[in-house]
Design a protein around this ligand. Structure first.
Ligand code: ATP
Ligand code: MG
Length: 352
């Protein structure tokens, strides 16, 4: 902003869309910058760690790789911002500041974009929107000038321009979020959140494998990696054989049945919620919504899932489920589009 000018020109405002996710968070900015980071924040545990790392805080993949030296936090879990501990609150702040720094925003000036010029749309799980809105507002104070908090699947719908007679099903790590779009801002009744999602599949899979092969030495990180490589529902596309140590000796295990059972825990609740939301759509629009169901999020990559949902739709007259090919920035791009379109009256101004 030029010195002395009272009102910011539109061109001086930086609009950003932020997708605050359990496992990864993305930002898209109106200056063309886009970044994604793992939603991890860590602080050096002691003086030695600080000396080795030469940093006071680490974020994203870097934090995960250096986790032995860090007090590591994943501040969003099961779709809710963890409010209990000060460290988790601080971690959300660090994550947001980091994302904004990546696109050129700097709280201290330094010739970069000042925070007072930033308008941010933040996408969060629908349940967090209900319970954590005030908290998120407080967290964003001093980090951006104006704020709009929206549900994740709505941001996805906006980014895809799928605003009328569509249903978005966003299967993330912490939550599976549903949103029916009726050509206006969605209301409470148009949205649902389930805690059956990527993380709950991992927990199930770890339990099933440990029960069948108690001798195998496995961690949740290994299980997640196997899932991301071999996940499926219904018919197995291949035998799933993985390697894990037994008393230090790498050993092969067939986990095909366990993979199937763990991934299928998602099916029942997802189908039930999808059908329930559909039944609440006005009758003359139901068919259009059934034929416009969009699956997004990392969990949408489970093989056979779009087909399984489509099969379930047969009991109510049939429909079509499509998967978003490149889901990484779809939420943050949607948030950015919304930020650019939103009139002044839709923004909440945060006093620093
Ligand atoms: N090929 C795959 N098959 C099954 N699951 C996968 C695959 N690839 C990624 N995932 C899972 O998708 C989840 C991450 O998805 P995404 O990045 O959409 O979540 P998020 O936005 O961080 O979480 P949330 O939306 O719940 O806050 C993780 O649980 C990850 O293990
Ligand atoms: Mg998400």
């Amino acid at each position: 902003m030029k010195e002395g000018s009272k009102k910011m020109a539109d061109s001086e405002i930086l609009h950003v869309g932020i997708d605050l996710g359990t496992s990864r968070s993305a930002i898209s900015a109106s200056n063309g910058e886009r970044f994604v980071v793992d939603s991890f924040v860590g602080w050096p545990v002691d003086m030695v760690a600080k000396k080795v790392l030469k940093r006071s805080v680490m974020i994203g993949h870097e934090a995960v790789s250096n986790r032995t030296m860090l007090d590591l936090h994943r501040p969003l879990e099961r779709g809710l911002l963890k409010e209990g501990s000060d460290k988790d609150v601080e971690a959300v702040k660090e994550l947001l500041r980091h994302l904004l720094r990546l696109v050129g925003v700097d709280g201290n000036g330094n010739g970069r974009i000042p925070t007072s010029n930033v308008r941010a749309v933040v996408g969060v799980p629908a349940a967090a929107l209900r319970t954590n809105k005030q908290y998120l507002r407080n967290t964003m104070k001093g980090i951006v000038d104006s704020l709009m908090i929206v549900s994740e699947p709505f941001a996805v719908a906006y980014g895809l321009d799928a605003l009328l007679h569509t249903m978005i099903i966003d299967i993330g790590a912490g939550t599976t979020d549903f949103c029916v779009m009726k050509g206006r801002y969605p209301t409470e009744e148009d949205q649902r959140t389930l805690t059956s999602a990527g993380d709950s599949i991992d927990t199930h899979l770890l339990k099933l494998i440990s029960e069948r092969y108690p001798q195998a030495n496995i961690t949740i990180f290994m299980v997640r990696e196997w899932k991301e490589k071999h996940s499926f529902v219904n018919k197995a596309p291949e035998k799933v054989v993985v390697t894990a140590p037994v008393n230090g000796v790498p050993t092969e295990f067939d986990i095909t049945n366990e993979m199937k059972a763990a991934c299928e825990t998602l099916l029942g609740p997802t189908v039930e919620t999808m059908l329930d939301l559909l039944s609440r759509v006005e009758p003359e629009f139901q068919e259009r919504v059934r034929n416009n169901i969009i699956l997004s999020g990392g969990g949408g990559l489970i093989r056979g899932l779009p087909e399984a949902l489509q099969d379930a739709l047969k009991q109510v007259g049939g429909g079509k489920v499509t998967y978003m090919a490149d889901p990484v920035f779809v939420g943050s791009d949607g948030g950015l589009a919304l930020a650019i379109d939103a009139p002044d009256t839709d923004w909440e101004k945060l006093s620093a």
